[in-house]
Design a protein around this ligand. Structure first.
Ligand code: CA
Length: 130
């Protein structure tokens, strides 16, 4: 079964680029243009991983991240144009698993997605082991 990935990003170019890279690599990808839609889908169907933009039209990506973290622990990668260390630290403190600054190379994003999914699977296996 294909792993499900959510992308919340209002910038069309970035959203479509990530979408094609992930889809070409065999993932099932759902795209969202705002935080509210992404959050309501997470409640209905939990993804294997989510990529969240920090600057969404209806919400701060960090606020969205916090809401998702209340009930879910799938890997979340934050995407942002902000480059200050304090933003990175804030993102990691509120439960982001990784942080990618724009402009980025989509190949790198794909590699990070894979690495997070691998890590999460290993964690799950470790928890379930006797
Ligand atoms: Ca944005």
């Amino acid at each position: 079964m294909k792993q499900l990935i959510y992308i919340a990003e209002d910038e069309k170019n970035i959203r479509e680029t990530l979408y094609s890279f992930l889809e070409n690599d065999g993932y099932e990808v759902h795209k969202f243009l705002n935080g509210a839609d992404a959050l309501s889908f997470v409640e209905k169907c939990e993804p294997a991983l989510a990529v969240l933009d920090v600057m969404l039209p209806d919400t701060d990506g960090f606020a969205l991240l916090r809401k998702m973290r209340e009930k879910h622990d799938f890997p979340i990668i934050m995407l942002t144009a902000r480059v200050t260390d304090s933003d990175k630290i804030l993102g990691l403190n509120v439960g982001a698993d990784d942080y990618i600054t724009k402009p980025f190379n989509p190949v790198e994003v794909l590699a990070r997605v894979k690495s997070q999914l691998r890590r999460f699977l290993q964690l799950g296996a470790a928890v379930k082991a006797p």
